[in-house]
Design a binder for this molecule. Structure first.
Ligand code: AMP
Ligand code: GLY
Length: 443
């Protein structure tokens, strides 16, 4: 039996772990550090939590060696950008995830923008600044809104949209002088505003070949109707109703293929899951950003639709044999609805009991519906229940023949979950449903 290691602790890692479990050759799956929901989920068992954080590279490498791990799956951005996949491969542990050099496509926005410029990939016009005076002068001459982005990783919070020169100046000063994003923000990228509908396109790449996953739509803002602050993602649906086969071929030709070719030319072929954040503008699709990993909660919907074996695909990605791999998706639709702590993405309370208290009742769902745990912990006093421990607490993902059915089933299951202050957007999938209606009416 194979010993697997999954690095990370969110809903994405819960979905990945459960999917890996479907392979009959998989023995114990170690999750570092995982969460209490993954640990208890029968659908992941046998699974063992290891108290090593995802960014403790020395600890992870030592653990992988001591337990003779057969295959490692690294999904969060930080360890990938720090070079965990390289470190594991160097000790002979096969790893799914890009090298440190390839992870720069997410870890450095100036790297990604320069790559797109050289390859002629459509994206927002931009400038890179290392000097605060130059950045301030530039925003004073720019038409608003503009987007100010920390060059490096900033826990997903390094992007500020400014609608006035004043706000733009404040954002530049906060990043470059105030250390708002730490070292990550000493250099900033300033971009023009793109208008349109966003899409998340994820694909597997072994460096030379790629396989697309169904495009997803995230719901990033905290509140209904896309109001409120940006979050990690409050819910997703897939497939994305605006990505027709014709548009998808255009995206492959103008964006996917040149991106992968540019990474090869750069000497760092991309092996792993590439996430392309797109804006579907009136002038065609443009890249907003790249991520070097599965999105969260994009992973929950695309993996729910994946019919083939995830471990076999990941091994093919790592071995460079993706061309021969079986990568098939359900032709229906999936919806993931996230339950967040009251106050998220700002301050929120932790330690609140999650109902139902009986874990097996919480996770017992009809066929095609799954709970993915994220910010949860075990309650004290030996009770079987979970308590809240993070901003995004858990998600419900449902698969069905149509999007409206998937949305209905996800909300029905979420209706049975509760905790004090729980916040769930009521409109996940609503925009996609109205877009698919107008597409049908036009087409
Ligand atoms: P993040 O995932 O934190 O990078 O969030 C970035 C979000 O900011 C994107 O999903 C977009 O909604 C928005 N955004 C970033 N850059 C631009 C841009 N140039 N034009 C319009 N929206 C943008
Ligand atoms: N849901 C967006 C991300 O994972 O970056």
């Amino acid at each position: 039996m194979l010993s697997l290691m999954v690095v990370g602790s969110g809903g994405r890692e819960h979905a990945v772990t459960r999917k890996l479990r479907e392979n009959p050759r998989v023995g114990t799956i170690f999750v570092l550090p995982g969460n209490a929901g993954i640990e208890r989920d029968e659908a992941c068992a046998p699974v063992e939590r290891v108290g090593i954080s995802a960014t403790d590279l020395d600890g992870i490498v030592e653990f992988a060696m001591s337990r003779s791990i057969d295959f490692a799956v690294v999904t969060p951005d930080d360890p990938l950008c720090l070079g965990l996949a390289d470190r594991l491969e160097a000790i002979g542990v096969p790893a799914f995830g890009p090298t440190k050099a390839a992870a720069r496509i997410e870890g450095s926005k100036s790297f990604a923008k320069a790559l797109m410029s050289r390859a002629g990939i459509p994206t927002a016009a931009y400038r890179v600044f290392d000097e605060v005076g130059d950045a301030l002068e530039f925003v004073r001459r720019s038409s608003m809104p503009v987007w100010i982005k920390a060059d490096g990783l900033a826990l997903g919070k390094g992007v500020v949209g400014a609608s006035s020169v004043r706000d733009a100046e404040d954002a530049v000063r906060a990043a470059m002088l105030g250390g708002r994003f730490g070292e990550a923000g000493r250099r900033v990228v300033i971009e023009e505003d793109l208008r349109g509908i966003e899409a998340s396109l994820l694909l597997f790449s072994d460096g030379n070949h790629y396989r697309l996953m169904p495009a997803a739509m995230d719901h990033k803002r905290a509140f209904d109707s896309d109001e409120g602050p940006n979050t990690g993602g409050m819910g997703t649906i897939a497939p994305h109703p605006m990505i027709s086969p014709g548009l998808l071929s255009r995206i492959e030709r103008e964006i996917v293929e040149p991106t992968l070719a540019a990474m090869r030319d750069e000497g760092c072929p991309f092996k792993g899951c590439l996430f392309i954040g797109l804006m579907l503008t009136a002038d065609g699709p443009k890249v907003i950003e790249y991520n070097c990993r599965f999105g969260d909660p994009e992973a929950q919907v695309v993996l729910a639709l994946l019919e083939s074996d995830l471990l076999d695909i990941m091994a093919a990605v790592r071995n460079g044999s993706l061309d021969d791999a079986d990568v098939r998706f359900n032709t229906g639709a999936a919806c993931c609805v996230v339950a967040a702590s009251g106050g998220y993405p700002g301050e929120y309370r932790k330690g609140l009991p999650i109902f139902p208290r009986d874990f097996s009742v919480l996770t017992k769902q009809p066929e095609g519906v799954k709970i993915d745990c994220a910010g949860v912990a075990s309650g004290s006093g030996g009770s079987d229940g979970l308590i809240t421990a993070g901003g995004r607490v858990l998600g419900v993902t449902a698969v069905a023949g149509t999007l409206s059915e998937a949305v209905g089933r996800a909300y029905a299951a979420m209706g049975r979950v509760s905790f004090e202050g729980m916040r769930v957007r009521a409109d996940i999938g609503a925009r996609a449903l109205s877009l698919s209606k107008s597409e049908a009416a036009n087409g």
